[in-house]
Design a protein around this ligand. Sequence first.
Ligand SMILES: Nc1nc2c(ncn2[C@@H]2O[C@H](COP(=O)(O)OP(=O)(O)OP(=O)(O)O)[C@@H](O)[C@H]2O)c(=O)[nH]1
Length: 189
Amino acid sequence: MTGTAGATATRDEEAPKRSPPCSPSYDLTGKVMLLGDSGVGKTCFLIQFKDGAFLSGTFIATVGIDFRNKLVTVDGMRVKLQIWDTAGQERFRSVTHAYYRDAQALLLLYDITNKASFDNIRAWLTEIHEYAQRDVVIMLLGNKADMSSERVIRSEDGETLAREYGVPFLETSAKTGMNVELAFLAIAK
Ligand SMILES: Nc1nc2c(ncn2[C@@H]2O[C@H](COP(=O)(O)OP(=O)(O)OP(=O)(O)O)[C@@H](O)[C@H]2O)c(=O)[nH]1
């Protein structure tokens, strides 16, 4: 787990009048959760956003839940995003359910090369409606868009499903970084 310092302290005796003793380095905070089947690329998506890097090679499934912070600027406001990376595997579901209600935004991922991950989106949305806040912001993401030769889910299919549930949709790539920042900034708004 990593964290971004939330506040910078000023020593009172040195500058009592010039600045407050504790001035936060951000204006707002927001909790975002990454959801979707195991292997769709949630951890890579988060690492790409946080560090601008892609972890290729061995796939290490997330155990339970993990989080990272990142500061972003939206409409001139500094927003500290606390991003929760959940395990997609069924056996961790009861652990992750407990965190849904604290999330203000959810990024729901499927893998454009994996039909089952797309078919399961409806089940994910049912879980979200059961456990998350009613006004949670949801965005559907078709990840691994760089793997065009292995694509089995057309962009139009993602768009149609998103429209049916009234949520925004983007295709992304945690490998190339395509639309990764855009997705986080869109939900941070
Ligand atoms: N080509 C390509 N591969 C990706 C992309 N995103 C993830 N991968 C690969 O897909 C595999 C799974 O990625 P993870 O990020 O670990 O998947 P996850 O959704 O976090 O999986 P769980 O932790 O089990 O829920 C890894 O081998 C990644 O290298 C992408 O956008 N493009």
